[in-house]
Design a protein around this ligand. Sequence first.
Ligand code: GCU
Length: 355
Amino acid sequence: MKKNKLLFLILELCILTFACCYFYFSHLSEKPESSPSVYRTEKEWIEKPMTRNGQIFLRLADNQRADHPTSIACDYFADLVAERTEGRIQIIPYHASKLGDEKSTLSQLHYGGIDMVRTSIALLTDYNPELTVLEMPYIYRDSQHMWQVLDSELGDYFLQSLERSGLEGLCWFDAGARNFYTTDKPITKPEDLEGLYIRVQQSSFMVDLVSILGANPIDLPYEAVSTQLKQQRIDGAENNFPSYVSTGHYLTAPYMVMDGHTRIPEMIVINKKILEELEPEDQEILRQAASDASIFQRNLWESEEQKAKETFIKSGGQITYLEDQAAFVKKVQPLYNTYAYRYQGFLEAIQAVGQ
Ligand code: GCU
């Protein structure tokens, strides 16, 4: 009898515990009506521009420091938009990778976590591989030819081509020609690069470009390069003059060879859904301001490139020239078979521009 009572007591206790837990947890999952914003769905978070007191705020990620010509042009773009919307739309540029490295800001842009990114197209090829044709080695005769291409219908096509990834290119920026720079010895011919550890952007195309020239490519985010150079974990890298100087890489890698192996144009890219949340007139203001900022940036580029060169030379840096440019051009030709064989039409169209 006693045993039955005990069993009964245990059963009662179990039922009581179960009822308490059920009540507690079901109550927890209810949404208190007083704080609805906490319970916004992911979709609501990611596809709307941030609005406060009637003002719209758009974040623009950029991995260059504030003194770099592309950063100056991003600030100019932000000012134009603020002026033309009488302060209703505020673009906030975050320079110096404050929102993350280029690769991760692009994936945040893709999901709507960031509204805009100023980026090298070397990383945008993940969102449209066709863009690779615009970074093929020695594809442009010179800077003027590159701008003729970017200003043509072909350039407009590529800005719009990101639509399939939910993005829109707003404008082009210049990023000059990229050259190799090294810590210990000057480069004058392809053989000098053999066996060197050279940092490249996080792009399979850039990895292959450096491998084909005989060096060992190390793909790293831009922000990591200074430390790797200082710690002598890499022998060099490659970039344009303003970036080489603005990052301070020239102080640890003081040999720059003017090989100009590629020109990689840049874009300001926006998440298309966020753009389309704006009134049509505001969308136009953004597009026009970006295109005006593009003109401003390309005018600025040349003088900033010259300034960077002078700073480098004053610091005791050494500029070298290739003994035989044709030898470099020849060595990288197989890349056209690997990366551009599908885009013969684009290649021919690029060559025909300005002829
Ligand atoms: C250029 C470009 C950057 C890019 C960098 C790099 O300087 O402007 O956007 O990230 O090259 O080499 O990573």
